[in-house]
Design a protein around this ligand. Sequence first.
Ligand SMILES: Nc1ncnc2c1ncn2[C@@H]1O[C@H](COP(=O)(O)OP(=O)(O)O)[C@@H](O)[C@H]1O
Ligand SMILES: [Mg+2]
Length: 229
Amino acid sequence: MIEARGLVKSYGDLQVLRGVDLRVERGEIACVVGPNGAGKTTLLRILALLEWPDRGVITYDGVQATRDNAASLRARIAYVPQRGHVLSLSVRNNVLFALLARGIPAEEASLRADEALRAVGLYSLRDKHAPALSGGQKQLLALARAFALQPEYLLLDEPTASLDPENAGRARKLLREYVRARRAAAVVVSHSMSEVRELADKTIVLVNGRVVAAYAGAPDDAALSRLFA
Ligand SMILES: Nc1ncnc2c1ncn2[C@@H]1O[C@H](COP(=O)(O)OP(=O)(O)O)[C@@H](O)[C@H]1O
Ligand SMILES: [Mg+2]
């Protein structure tokens, strides 16, 4: 379970999060929607323990995140930023590197890398130089890397924003199945109505650093149309 309570975060005079609560059970996907600048990415980076809130508490399965245990918690989290960087390596080695960096033995890492690249449809491009990929392909690579890590918690920032409908659909299905099969917990920032419909076990709407609405599942069509108007 991922739980955040009372998250407050400012950058200088700018209050970006003003008391955000969120709870995601194992086996669930929570979608976070809201306008540009609402604080969605900041929330995700704080959940990923890459930044610390000024106030508030984050717990992972009941364990409160602190600077002391952050590294061991981070090893169980996969965070996929809005625009992921790729290393100046082949596609396959980008995935392998992430796995080896987490101490996964080479043989196991190799199997997982191939499996993840097949799952996202990048296997045929495995030897390509990753920086030469298109934006959408880089996003697929970031997803492959995340799944290959076999995290307990997934934090995805607009994961399908630069994917064509077919790849977006495949990525969502993969996420849905992964979360169910492994009883993982995921938070997905989304700008896509169809994504929220397909993925959300719950949805929070963030505006100006506050949760202004929360829904079980996805909001109904009328609410969705208002949100994405
Ligand atoms: N590191 C930072 N330093 C200063 N301001 C920031 C920083 N990160 C985000 N912000 C500001 O915080 C606000 C929320 O940003 P962000 O969390 O990226 O929103 P969203 O992802 O919802 O578009 C924006 O006004 C943004 O400019
Ligand atoms: Mg953002």
